[in-house]
Ligand binder design. Structure first.
Ligand code: G3D
Ligand code: MG
Length: 177
C-alpha cells in the first residue's frame, strides 16, 4: 500500500496569464481554446506517484485551486490563499504587466501562506514572436525572490507536468520528511 498525502496548492497571477489552462492541461491533458472563466474557484485534484528514499511508493495528492476570474478581489484572494502549502505564481511571457505584478502576488503569498514552496512560472512560451519577457529576465527575478523558475506552454504542454511533479516532491520533502 502506498502512503497518501494531500496538499492544497494554489495558482496565482493576473487574469489571462493561463492559470486555468495550465491546470486543465495538467489534469486533463488537453488545451481548451475557448475556455471562459467561471465564477468562483476552480478546483482539481491530481495524484502524483513518488518513490521515497525508503523505496516505498508515496502518493501525493495535489488539491489545486485556481481563482476563476476573481483575481481582482482582495478579500477573496485571502480566503483562496489561506491554508495553501504550495504556490505557483504565473505570468505571461508576452505580457510585461503580468510580470511586473509578480512581486505583488509574491507578497500576498508570503503574508498569507508564509514560507511555502513557491515556483515562478512564465507561461505561453509557444508565442515566440510575441515574447516580451526573456528567459534570463524571468530567471533574474526568480533568483531575487528565491523562487524556482520554469517556463511553460499550456498550449503545447511543454514543462507543465514537470512543475506539478517537482512541486509534489518538494511538498513531500518539506512536510513529511
Ligand atoms: P487565467 O486562468 O490565468 O485567467 P486562462 O487564464 O487559462 O483563462 O487563459 C487566458 C487566455 O490565454 C485563453 O485564451 C487561453 O487559451 C490562452 N492561453 C493560456 N495558456 C496559453 C499558452 O500557453 N499559449 C497560448 N498561446 N495561449 C494560452 P482566450 O482566447 O480564451 O482568452
Ligand atoms: Mg482562470
Amino acid at each position: 500500500m502506498a502512503e497518501e498525502f494531500m496538499y492544497k496548492v494554489v495558482l496565482v497571477g493576473d487574469e489571462n496569464v493561463g492559470k486555468t489552462s495550465i491546470l486543465i492541461r495538467y489534469t486533463e491533458k488537453r488545451f481548451v481554446e475557448s475556455y471562459k472563466p467561471t465564477l468562483g474557484t476552480d478546483f482539481a485534484v491530481k495524484v502524483v506517484e513518488l518513490m521515497g528514499d525508503d523505496n516505498r511508493r508515496k502518493s501525493v495528492k495535489l488539491a489545486c485551486w485556481d481563482l476563476g476570474g476573481q483575481e481582482q478581489y482582495r478579500t477573496l484572494r485571502r480566503f483562496y490563499l489561506s491554508g495553501a502549502r504550495g504556490c505557483f505564481i504565473v505570468f505571461d511571457v508576452t505580457n510585461p504587466g503580468s510580470f511586473e505584478h509578480v512581486v505583488n502576488w509574491y507578497s500576498d503569498v508570503m503574508n498569507i501562506c508564509g514560507e511555502v514552496p513557491c515556483f515562478l512560472i512564465g507561461n505561453k512560451t509557444d508565442l515566440k514572436n510575441d515574447r516580451r519577457i526573456s528567459k534570463s529576465v524571468g530567471s533574474e527575478l526568480a533568483n531575487k525572490l528565491d523562487l524556482k523558475f520554469f517556463e511553460t506552454s499550456a498550449k503545447t504542454g511543454d514543462k507543465v507536468d514537470d512543475v506539478f511533479e517537482l512541486m509534489a516532491k518538494k511538498l513531500y520533502e518539506k512536510y513529511m520528511m
